[in-house]
Design a protein around this ligand. Structure first.
Ligand code: TXA
Ligand code: MG
Length: 369
């Protein structure tokens, strides 16, 4: 086994060497033939970042182990963290999975195309370099018209993790991809900002009961309306205990972390939270730190110090989700050292928002009141 691992590490090292200082083509997706050029690059084994309705993906030929190794290398991603295969028709699914259970069919009928990824038993043609050695494969049929056109033109299932450097917040704009991956990938297809702004919901339908592995815009409540009760992997709510592996390998890694140390502040009322954050800002500034506050429209005027950025209206969780990664990146660009953030109720879309916020904060939370 050790020599297999050593060979994989050598392959990734070689792929990195080849990619250093590549000339990354950046094209507006509206330009004539931009999608054709991107599809051509994918067919020839290259890497193209493209927009989906959730976040930008870093695409490569999902049936080509070498293209997949290039993806891991460009992102600096551990090779045991599997990739999602993107398709542009339900028929394409049959080529990459070994069976479609009835519960999966119902979920597909309700939510595809859209921001729901399903985990199936894989077909033989799917390389282990896509699945991180697992016998299951995650599949997504995005609703973004540009993503669909690109996948169709390439005529392949496209492996695409989020197009960020591993561990950084997912990119919701082409400029975010450029910042992280310019010089390491062949092309960025700029299709404007992503509408959802948080990665897809992941539901494992490969076992007896469906399990929610990652919350997203397709909420637990929506899924249960369509297919009945599901369970939730504990890694969605809490840092996995030492030695316990979450079912989505990606959930074990530090994620979405800006350079700043993020702390969440919760309390019995919003007024108390604001008051506590104002105190924390003063304390951190006294230590010479550059401080940021992640506020909402309801509270932004109530903060007395620090760089205050608003996530949006608390009553519009979809807007909060769409802004979250953009704001985390903005604090980085502003060289902020510490960020204090408000929290949100964990129901409906709030579950996905809090899952990402908790990870950004490394589960650091202060309770007041
Ligand atoms: O919205 C999205 O899903 C975006 C866009 C580009 O489609 N993609 C995305 O991919 O978020 P990525 O690689 O950043 O996250 C994929 C997650 C990881 O946590 C990974 O561990 C999990 O999916 N995953 C992939 N294959 C899996 C499998 N066979 N079983 C369990 N989890 C899996
Ligand atoms: Mg990711």
């Amino acid at each position: 086994m050790n020599h297999v691992r050593a060979a994989a590490a050598k392959n990734i090292k070689n792929a990195v060497e080849q990619m250093r200082n590549m000339n990354t083509i950046i094209r507006n997706a509206d330009e004539e033939d931009a999608v054709c050029q991107a599809a051509d690059i994918l067919r020839r084994g290259g890497l193209v970042a493209f927009p989906t309705e959730t976040v930008y993906g870093l695409g490569g030929n999902g049936l080509d182990p070498l293209a997949c190794r290039r993806i891991y290398a460009a992102k600096g991603r551990p090779s045991d963290n599997p990739l999602i295969l993107h398709i542009a028709s339900k028929e394409q699914l049959m080529e990459i999975v070994s069976m479609v259970p009835p519960v999966a069919q119902r979920a597909m009928d309700a939510f595809w195309p859209g921001p729901l990824t399903l985990v199936f038993q894989k077909a033989q043609c799917v390389p282990l370099s896509v699945t991180g050695g697992l016998d299951t494969v995650a599949v997504r049929f995005p609703s973004h018209p540009l993503a669909q056109r690109l996948i169709r033109k390439a005529g392949l299932p496209i492996a695409a993790p989020s197009a960020n450097s591993s561990g950084k917040p997912s990119p919701t704009r082409a400029s975010h991809v450029e910042f992280d991956l310019s010089g390491k990938i062949d092309m960025i297809l700029d299709g404007g900002p992503c509408q959802v702004g948080l990665e897809s919901t992941i539901l494992d339908v490969s076992g007896k009961t469906p399990v929610l592995l990652r919350p997203g815009a397709v909420t637990k409540e929506m899924i249960e309306m369509a297919i009945g009760p599901i369970s939730i992997d504990p890694a969605v709510f809490a840092k996995p205990a030492e030695g316990i592996l979450p079912k989505a390998p990606g959930m074990k890694y530090t994620h979405y972390s800006p350079k700043a140390a993020v702390t969440l502040v919760e309390g019995t009322s919003l007024a108390l939270v604001v008051e506590r954050i104002n105190e924390l800002v003063v304390e951190a500034q006294a230590q010479g730190k550059k401080v940021g506050v992640m506020a909402t429209e309801q509270t932004k005027q109530m903060y007395t110090g620090g760089v205050v950025l608003s996530l949006g209206d608390r009553n519009q969780p979809a807007a909060i989700g769409a802004n979250l990664f953009k704001l985390l990146r903005k604090f980085d660009y502003l060289n902020i050292d510490v960020v204090y953030s408000e929290v949100f109720p964990e129901t409906d879309e709030g579950m996905a928002i809090m899952n990402r916020l908790n990870k950004a904060a490394g589960y650091t939370k202060i309770h007041c009141g």
